[in-house]
Design a protein. Sequence first.
Length: 496
Amino acid sequence: MPRSLEPLASAVDQVAEIIEICGADGTLQYVNGSFERITGYSREEALGRTPASLLRSNIHPIEFYEDLWRQVMSGKPWSGRIVSRARSGRLIHQDATVSPVLDEFGQVSHLVAVKRDVTARLDLEARVRDSERLVAVGNLAAGVAHEVSNPLTYLLANLEVAHTAVAAHPTEPSLLSAAIQDALEGARRIAKVIGDLRSFVLVPQEPPGPVSLDEVLDECREMLAHELNQRARLTLDIGSAEVSGTRKDLGQVFLPLLSWAVQSIPPGSRDRHTIGVREVAASRRRVVIELWHDGQSFAPEDLAHLFDPYSQTDEQGMPTLGLAIANQLAARHGDGITVEPRTEGGVSFRVSLRRWTPENDSDSSSLSRPKKPRGRRRARLLAIDDEPLILDVLRTALSEHDLVTCTNGYEALRLVQIHDFDVIFCDLMMPELTGMDVYQEIRRLRPGLEDRIVLVTGGSVLPEVRAFLAAVPNHRIHKPFRLDDFRRHVEERVRR
């Protein structure tokens, strides 16, 4: 090679794109270093073979290669996307240009192909699309949960009232009570589905506080006792440190992890398998908990999508959000969850949580702490909701108190100017005046009375709603609700 061409040859060999030179018969006569690096085939293995025979992915039909060959052999360059298969079996997506080289007689003597590997870019674009699709599904799920909440709320509440009434009169047919009890359980299961959707889509409003992990794990053990007794021994080695969070959230972190570990071990093998939970690291700000089992082993690629929504099923084989919610809540109260296979068999999860310290405390966290009772009295209540059936059932449930109801915010504002109320239950999403508007107007008209508002919400992903809920310390009740939620708030108020 002439010395003057050596820099050119070196540059061609080192460029990021694949460069191939074929003879007029289509066989490879030259490939550069990027070809070897990306495809996994050495230069010696490639030369003398056609690209189609060496790298065929079976993605393209035979006609694809025939059309490409026909065009370049007619003297015209071809551009498009080619999917090849590397030596490892991995698919390579390439933006390619194949240009003919003509001899002095105008005949094609060689073909030069320049191929840019776009696999990583396409993977990233796919992940972005999946993320956007997940956000859209999340918004849809939150909207569905909100729309279902109202009818489910009065169904659930009326069933509860009817069941209580029938149970109080033993002369009534017992079959009616049993049927209502079954219907009530079904409604509660639907409510749990909505609660799972809300947990996945919406940021919870309950302020974090100190939580003892050994108490959370004891509760999880009790809930899984039947399955554990058949499948594995459970060992707990948790220190005394408290972590920051809520007991409900941390239960939703560890219960799905424990349940998944239990389901990974076959029944009847309790004497041969162990599930362990232990504190493996602790600092002033973090506590790391390892949850492991020595049951079924998984390859890393099988664990890569473990926390994807609905990628797992429950014991009945139904798709579940359990692990996805667990990971989201663990990230909310710490650094999330990591998972990896154990060399000795089984799987290891690591949950990193924020340690609770006194400076974490705030006045807002005291809102959820019950006050000491100071006697009882009949309360004067106001309920605002644009759904009349919800107001009807609240009248029945809170009949021992003086309850005033209205279906719009304007009427509520008129009432608060002429009456005093111990508790105001206000629906957050109403036409015309929203619950947010009512709150702001009550604060302007009757400063201090806004503290007695309990916000009733079916869940919303609207940024202004989430910002409002994050800014105010008021109690909230989520639809579909239990009537005891209302009774508890009233009892706490009248005992003050």
